[in-house]
Design a protein around this ligand. Structure first.
Ligand code: PGA
Length: 257
């Protein structure tokens, strides 16, 4: 039994029709997961598909539907937004927060993301907090301090209880959708940096309970190598999660025991 959950998370982004979503959810839910090894599958879908996909995944233990975002405030005059309390009322218990596309295209800052994390936790939703550096920062060798600042600004106010079993996804921006994957050593280095940050802020037991997923061009051909690293606890998968056989193979690449 792993000390923390091993998670394969699909991020469908803004893709698929309703019928295509249902077909894909049905196809991937055929893949059995090893609940005894603490495996879980999250499927992050566009808001309108949360309920239909939830219906399909409901009967599969260890499978959960996940929102791709939520609002930084709970309710009010915010046209087009969806709040954590609305998600809670729909029994949605996971949400991506701070994906790099939200940071870049919708100007979500570390401070806004701290608010989103708070709204999620107040409403019983498990955040999947995304972090990661752009290429320019990696080229200057400043990736560790960059990611540590993202963690400090958005997460360091959380209590030990809130950080226990938390989920973080490290996604180097230069590897997202580019076909350019970080090497498993680069992933392990950053995941260890993140785990050490948690140890410093909280303690080693809390750090050992946090699932740290890698994202950025994960596919069936590289998943086992990346997931095999000691501090990599699964992946957040975009493009390859839209192809049923690819994502099923990625699920079966999660670390055993
Ligand atoms: P990718 O996307 O797997 O297509 O690189 C990952 C993500 O953005 O979550």
């Amino acid at each position: 039994m792993n000390i923390r959950k091993q998670i394969a998370a699909a991020n469908w982004k803004m893709n698929l029709s309703l019928q295509e979503s249902k077909n894909l959810a049905s196809a991937i839910s055929q893949q059995d997961i090893d609940a005894g090894a603490g495996h879980a599958v999250l499927v992050a879908v566009p808001f309108p598909y949360l309920i239909p996909v939830q219906e399909i995944l409901r009967s599969k233990s260890g499978y959960h539907v996940c929102a791709q975002n939520l609002a930084s405030v709970n309710n009010g005059a915010y046209t087009g937004e969806v709040s954590a309390s609305m998600l809670q009322s729909m029994s949605i218990s996971y949400a991506l927060i701070g994906h790099s596309e939200r940071r870049e295209y919708y100007h979500e800052t570390n401070e806004i993301l701290a608010e989103k994390i708070n709204r999620a936790l107040e409403n019983g939703i498990n955040p999947v907090f995304c972090c990661g550096e752009p290429l320019s920062v990696r080229e200057e060798g400043r990736q560790n301090e960059y990611v540590e600042k993202q963690l400090t600004d958005s997460l360091s106010h959380l209590s030990k209880d809130q950080m226990k079993g938390f989920i973080i996804a490290y996604e180097p921006i230069w590897a997202i959708g580019t076909g350019k994957t970080a090497s498993s050593e680069q992933a392990q280095d950053m995941h260890l940096t993140i785990r050490n940050w948690i140890t410093k802020q909280y303690d080693a037991d809390i750090a050992a309970s946090v699932s740290i997923l890698y994202g950025g061009s994960v596919k069936s051909s590289n998943a086992a190598d990346i997931f095999g690293k000691p501090d990599v606890d699964g992946g957040l998968v975009g493009g390859a999660s839209l192809i049923p056989d690819e994502f099923k193979a990625i699920i079966s690449s999660l670390k055993k025991g």
